[in-house]
Design a binder for this molecule. Structure first.
Ligand code: HEM
Length: 436
């Protein structure tokens, strides 16, 4: 997959079947669509497949309904809340690394391992349940369901999901697995509440207790299911993909890996990271940001024009679909010189050159920006630090990364690697002093 940037420039128009489609890879134009004139756009009909899967949750809803739901969920992602998630994130990662230590030279599918880890973290932080036993079944169900959603929007003739074709039947089974899991978690919590047991103060509890300001109504089970499914789906595959890509880039750029490891060792030694360590792990964050630049898991997100507009000097007739494409934008040499080079120093806060705000949009922009932005960055920083400190993760010599640009950008066919435990050298007193 190439970015197509060099060939088509920062705004490219073509037809997707009979519908006009414009790829947006220009920061000004993205700002216009996502912020300045956002009211003239809504999510494109290409989210129809996801909507059948996830229902009317935060990712796919619109208008007043979306605004109300976003306001309800937002406090679960406030900074003070996120601080409480650090322990869950590091203890799940610790468990994975302990398993790795039992077979330190193992060959594994790194992407699958990251999916299992981030799924467990979403379950523990947002729902306060350990879903580890469910990870494989849910991973497979999500895989089938997301592929179905992607094929559904890409097919010109849409076969209704209720028709019993083999593909639709597989989708129905996968959706059932996901729905059943979420509804079981909700039912268990309602039971605990009915028994007067003490309940965790998590996102699930907030959504269960949230009341409509006008009517005093609480959310019904169907809506709860939509919101929870959305958060579980949006909140783990994206992060798992980002971690897999980051670790792949580090395997190919051992100088960067060594520098990252030196930072982690000097800041943490052998300790588990805490919230207070995050600002000191600044190079780790730069590596995360650069990996998200080259391989943004949300590689494109779409809007449809509700009225005629002008974007970047182009007339955009009503009904045009705009694909705001981080994958292409992040390779625009105007914002990122020598764009294919993996260079975390681009995000060095001290030296980084000015670039327009919407030139770097792995989490989108404007009101519909990712609700899990800070959650994901924190998770990626913590997990990457812990993994890289003690492990080299190398692909086979003949491995070629192939990208699968589906609902998310993921490595096609998984990511085979061989684990190798390393004994990190101890930091010098000077390094520890600089890290303080
Ligand atoms: C590396 C990880 C992640 C990436 C790259 C990412 C990317 C994005 C992007 C680009 C959007 C905006 C889509 C649009 O404007 O059409 C979005 C929305 C969203 N994301 Fe994330 N995301 C990540 C992690 C998470 C996490 C951890 C959660 C939750 C725990 C989450 C939940 C959501 C939700 C609910 C929305 C819809 C927000 C709304 O419209 O109000 N995401 N994400």
């Amino acid at each position: 997959m190439t970015s197509g940037f060099a060939r088509y420039g920062s705004l490219a128009r073509y037809k997707f079947a009979w519908i006009p489609y414009v790829v947006v890879a220009d920061a000004e134009a993205a700002h216009h669509v996502l912020v300045k004139n956002a009211r003239a756009y809504e999510k494109s009909p290409n989210y129809a497949g996801l909507k059948i899967l996830l229902g009317n949750g935060l990712l796919t809803s619109e208008g007043e309904f979306w605004r109300k739901q976003r306001k309800l969920a937002q406090p679960a992602f406030h900074r003070e809340r996120l601080a409480g998630f650090v322990n869950e994130m590091t203890s799940c990662t610790g468990d994975m690394l302990t398993e790795w230590s039992a077979a330190p030279e193992a060959k594994i599918d790194l992407h699958r391992a990251m999916m299992r880890l981030t799924f467990r973290i979403v379950g523990k932080t947002l729902l306060s349940v350990d879903l580890d036993g469910e990870a494989r079944a849910v991973g497979e169900a999500l895989d089938v369901a997301l592929h179905w959603a992607n094929d559904y929007v890409e097919s010109v003739v849409k076969i209704p999901p209720s028709w019993p074709t083999p593909k639709n039947r597989r989708f129905a089974r996968a959706k059932d697995t996901l729905d059943t899991l979420v509804m079981r978690v909700v039912a268990d919590r309602r039971l605990a509440m009915a028994r007067g047991e003490s309940t965790p103060n998590d996102l699930l509890q907030m959504l269960l207790e949230a009341k409509d300001a006008d009517t005093g109504e609480t959310m019904n089970d169907e809506q709860l299911k939509h919101e929870l499914l959305t958060l579980v789906a949006a909140g783990h595959e994206t992060t798992a993909n980002a971690l897999s890509f980051a670790l792949h880039l580090l395997a190919k750029n051992t100088d960067v890996r060594d520098k990252l490891r030196a930072e982690v060792v000097s800041v943490l030694g052998e300790r588990t990271p805490t919230l207070q360590d995050l600002p000191k792990l600044s190079y780790t964050l730069q590596v995360v940001e650069e990996a998200l630049r080259l391989y943004p898991p949300a590689w494109v997100f779409e809007r449809i024009a509700l009225e005629d507009d002008v974007v970047g000097g182009f007339t955009i007739p009503k009904g045009t679909i705009l694909g705001v494409a981080p994958f292409v934008m992040h390779r625009n040499p105007k914002y990122f010189p020598d764009p294919e080079r993996f260079d975390p120093s681009r995000f060095d806060k001290a030296t980084q050159t000015e670039r327009p705000k919407h030139a770097y949009i792995p989490f989108g922009g404007g009101a519909r920006t990712c609700i899990g932005n800070a959650f994901a960055l924190m998770e990626l920083q913590l997990l990457l630090a812990m993994i890289v400190r003690g492990w080299d993760i190398d692909p086979p010599a003949d491995y070629q990364l192939k990208l699968e640009p589906s609902v998310t950008l993921r490595p096609e066919g998984g990511m085979p690697v061989r684990l190798r435990a390393v004994t990190p050298r101890r930091s010098t007193p000077e390094e520890r002093a600089t890290a303080r």
